[in-house]
Every structure is written in structure tokens, then in C-alpha cells.
Design a binder for this molecule. Structure first.
Ligand SMILES: [Zn+2]
Length: 316
């Protein structure tokens, strides 16, 4: 967990880094960078310290990202003496040094532990604080700085990292090594606690068994009558009980216009279409037999927060 939130000057509100990402890509090109201040109101009123947004202007579809997007303190700006975010950042830096012995791209506390997809709404819900602010107040009452930093460290280490965005889960999957994928667990409510490797399934092994999985595969993107983007996976199924089936899904333009972050996703779909590159598509859903045609599967999903694509790993 990085500094989880920041005050965005242009949006005039406290946002998390994914809100900043969505807001940046919702602008027409050339896009302007956003400016961020400390999320603590009294600190902002007193000192107005700038924060740095890292990697929020990168398009995960085309840019290789070594670090997850996050906010960091700006060394030239001082915060108020009582600002909780400074000590939290120090705690985080100490934790990162302790973890440096492990040669991996992803810090332990950055790994998503719980993926809670949105089941009904078309929008991305605000990540819940889970009593985080209550903890901030509690830690603030501790008498020494050392005690507060130790408390932050244990909170950062032990608090489950939750998200409702598949994109964040896929970034973890990409950054984990092959062995780590089999060792690190992800909890998806109603599906269960399994390793990353077990939750992710190539569409080759899709089958209509009613189970929700994170399906992925290289796909062809096409647009039908400016209304629907069809995503047709190139590989057919190789499952013993359901072999040789084509797998597809679709996104409507209307869905994209209602979804926060829809502008970025639409730009990605258009880019794959125009460049005729076949992106790798990830989707959390249930494979179902198509009613119209026999040996075809379509992947049914709840909202666009469970859909993400990557062009950098794609075949042309
Ligand atoms: Zn501050």
C-alpha cells in the first residue's frame, strides 16, 4: 500500500491513484498531467505540500510498467508536523528496505489479497477504507514517532489489500514470477481463496460449468455498427469434455460510455482494432454455451471493472 489517496487540484477532491488514472485518460489528446496535494486537510491548509503521482499517465495496454501506479511524497515540500501521511510514507520506505532482500518486482504489501468485483453497478465503487481512518486516528495518539511508525508498518503489512478492479489484479499477475504465482493467494468472495495461478485460466480450458474464473487469451477485436466491440479469442477450447469451441464476448459502446474508466478502455479497443494487433484480454466471468450456435462459448461478466486488455504481450 502506497499513500492511498491524494487531493487532486484539477478534480478538486481526494482521489485514489486509479481515479487519477481514469481522469487522465478521459481527457482528449494531448493530455495534461494532474497535480496532487497531501490528502490531509489540515496539512494542506497549513503547508499545501505537493505529492508525486507515479505511473498514472501510463497506459497499461501499451506501456510496460515495472511499478504499480502510486503516490509518493515530494522531497522539496514539507508537511505539517501533525500530518499522518509523512510518517506513513516513512513506514512504507522502511518496509521496502526490509523487503529488498527479496528479488521481486512487487512488494509484499502491494499484492492484491482480495478481489471483490462489482456485481451490479456499471461504475467503479470507491475502494473502502475498512476502518483505515479510524486506525489513522488511533496511531496518531501514540506518544512517540517510533511507536507510530512501527504501528504503520504492521498496519501496512497486515491489512488485506482489496480491489474491485481486475486491472490491478492483472498487474500483480504480470509482476509475479512463475513460482510466486503458485505460492501467492488471492481471495475472490463466492469463488474462494486460491493461488493466482489457479484463479487465472487460459480460454483454452474454458468450459460451461458455471464457475467464475479470470479467463485470458489473445483475441481479435472488431466493432459492429458502432454499437458493439466483439472480442473473439483466437484459440479454441482444448478441454476434454468441451473441446474445439470458439470463445468470445462483447462490450457495448453504451456500457463504455456509462463506465468510469470507459474512455481508457475504448481507446485501447480502438487501438487494437486500428493497428490490427491482437491484444491479450482478461475477463472475470462465467463461460456459457451460446444459445444460437452449438459449439460456441461466450463469457458472461458483471461490469466493465472485471475486464482489462494488454497490447504489450500480444501477438500481431
Ligand atoms: Zn501532509
Amino acid at each position: 500500500m502506497a499513500i492511498p489517496k491524494a487531493f487532486c487540484i484539477e478534480l478538486n477532491k481526494v482521489v485514489n491513484i486509479y481515479d487519477a488514472h481514469d481522469a487522465y485518460f478521459s481527457q482528449p489528446e494531448p493530455r495534461a498531467k494532474l497535480s496532487f496535494l497531501c490528502p490531509d486537510k489540515s496539512c494542506r491548509d497549513e503547508k499545501s505540500p505537493l505529492l508525486i503521482g507515479v505511473n498514472y499517465t501510463k497506459n497499461p495496454t501499451v506501456d510496460q510498467i515495472k511499478n504499480k501506479p502510486h503516490f509518493r511524497a515530494h522531497h522539496e515540500f514539507r508537511h505539517s508536523l501533525k500530518c499522518p501521511w509523512v510518517e506513513m510514507q516513512e513506514a512504507r520506505d522502511e518496509l521496502e528496505k526490509e523487503e529488498k532482500k527479496q528479488a521481486r518486482n512487487l512488494k509484499n504489501h502491494e499484492i492484491v489479497d482480495v478481489f471483490e468485483p462489482i456485481l451490479t453497478s456499471q461504475d467503479v465503487k470507491d475502494e473502502e477504507d475498512d476502518g483505515f481512518l479510524v486506525q489513522t486516528d488511533r496511531i496518531g495518539l501514540l506518544p512517540t514517532k517510533r511507536a507510530r511508525i512501527e504501528s504503520w508498518k504492521s498496519l501496512i503489512k497486515n491489512r488485506p489489500h482489496k480491489t474491485s478492479r481486475l486491472d490491478e489484479v492483472v498487474t500483480c499477475f504480470e509482476l509475479l514470477g512463475d513460482d510466486e504465482k503458485k505460492q501467492v493467494y488471492l481471495d475472490i468472495p463466492d469463488v474462494g481463496r486460491k493461488t493466482y495461478r489457479q484463479h487465472f485460466k487460459s480460454v483454452r480450458y474454458a468450459r460451461p460449468d458455471g464457475e467464475a474464473r479470470i479467463y485470458y487469451g489473445v483475441a481479435r477485436v472488431s466493432l459492429w455498427e458502432k454499437k458493439r466491440y466483439y472480442i473473439n479469442f483466437l484459440a479454441k477450447t482444448e478441454d476434454n469434455e468441451f473441446p474445439d469451441a470458439e470463445v468470445s464476448t462483447y462490450i457495448t459502446v453504451e456500457q463504455l460510455s456509462r463506465f468510469r474508466g470507459g474512455a481508457l478502455l475504448r481507446a485501447q479497443l480502438e487501438l487494437s482494432r486500428e493497428t490490427k494487433k491482437h491484444p491479450c484480454c482478461y475477463i472475470f466471468g462465467v463461460a456459457e454455451t451460446s444459445q444460437k450456435a452449438g459449439n460456441k462459448l461466450s463469457i458472461d461478466y458483471s461490469s466493465l471493472s472485471v475486464f482489462t486488455i494488454r497490447l504489450d504481450t500480444a501477438a500481431t
